[in-house]
Design a binder for this molecule. Structure first.
Ligand code: GLV
Ligand code: MG
Length: 346
């Protein structure tokens, strides 16, 4: 059976310890569409080839009255569209909802041959993944499918975060995990009403010049807004790397604020994520750009790799480049960058 692990290929140079790599099929932008919305559904064929992943959303943002229409719409679109190199994912309704079982049963039975990944919301522990895994196995067997459908969990409850390591390890079908900042904020009783992104109240302030009231109240004290999601993203990345699966930032709800969206996506990229959700076509371009390493970073990484190759060694030792020391560890960092660039270029 193919597993998520088949997306990985070993690093070649210097035979370092295995590192997580992005899927051979990139998933920088996961573009959400509502299959029950005729305008959005009509745009799907035109988006094929312009985005790494198209995701038919059946869960939140689809009205209860439209759940069946969304499921049927996705089946119709999947049957009528040639997705080429673009992956087809879905987000099903949660496992405790009245729709989750029908979503999985219908989609695997009808379009399991073209469905790459099922995103499961509000996953709280390994038991949720075990349930989906066994159900998928039955449905695949019944439908005569030879290619397993992979599973992606959304991390959006406090309990899910507490159990993220066991969730990542729960099945060889696990492809990755996305941060779900909106539901997570509500579940944690955070005091933000935004869908992802930062908050102007979450900040640190430069120390006052002295203890005087003037210095404390001085408007010139620098203020730095912080990333509300740093802890969860880092924890999620570690759990994913431990299990050889892929971490993603989720939604950025302020569609108009393309600048802050890019900042949030870049933070996630720098922390180890391989992609993010797109809720509007303009976020596709942002995610595709941000989750691809820059030409300068790749050029530098290739110089370091070449310098080690010139030493004719096994990746051990150290070289000086532009006055900076590069050693086994920086070689591994550079290999992550080079491998990512090579895979995206394929
Ligand atoms: C996504 O589903 C979220 O809750 O942020
Ligand atoms: Mg959610």
């Amino acid at each position: 059976m193919r597993s998520a692990k088949d997306f990985f290929r070993p690093l070649a140079v210097g035979a370092p310890a295995p590192l997580t790599e992005i899927p051979a099929r990139p998933s920088r932008a996961i573009h959400f569409f509502d299959p029950s919305n005729p305008k959005m559904a009509a745009k799907v064929p035109d988006m094929v080839g312009t985005v790494d992943v198209l995701l038919g959303n059946l869960e939140d943002a689809v009205k209860a009255d439209n759940k069946a229409a969304a499921r049927e719409g996705l089946v119709r679109i999947a049957k009528e569209t040639d997705f080429g190199a673009t992956q087809l994912w879905t987000r099903v309704n949660s496992l405790d909802s009245p729709w989750g079982l029908d979503d999985l049963t219908t989609l695997v039975t009808e379009i399991g041959d073209v469905l790459d990944v099922v995103m499961v919301p509000k996953v709280e522990g390994a038991e949720d993944i075990h349930y989906v895994d066994r159900l998928l196995a039955q449905l695949e067997a019944k439908a005569g499918l030879t290619r397993p459908v992979l599973v992606h969990a959304i991390l959006e409850t406090a309990r899910g975060v507490a159990n993220v390591e066991e969730i990542c390890a729960a099945s060889p079908r696990m492809q990755g995990i996305s941060l779900g900042p909106a539901d997570l904020a509500a579940d944690r009783r955070m005091k933000t009403t935004r869908v992802g992104g930062g908050h102007p109240g979450y900040l640190v302030r430069q120390d006052p010049a002295d203890g005087s009231a003037e210095a404390i109240e001085s408007p010139s004290r620098a203020v730095y807004q912080q990333d509300l999601w740093h802890y969860t993203i880092s924890r999620m990345v570690d759990a994913c790397v431990m299990n050889g699966i892929y971490p993603y930032y989720g939604p950025f709800g302020d569609i108009a604020d393309v600048v802050a969206c890019e900042d949030q996506f870049r933070n996630a990229f720098l922390l180890g994520c391989v992609g993010a959700w797109s809720l509007h076509p303009k976020q596709v371009a942002i995610a595709s750009r941000v989750f691809s390493p820059t030409a300068d970073d790749v050029a530098h990484a290739r110089r370091v790799v070449a310098a080690f190759e010139e030493m004719g060694g096994d990746g051990t030792g150290a070289v000086m480049l532009d006055g900076k020391m590069e050693d086994d560890a920086s070689l591994k960092q550079c290999l992550v960058m080079v491998r990512l660039a090579d895979q995206l270029a394929e």
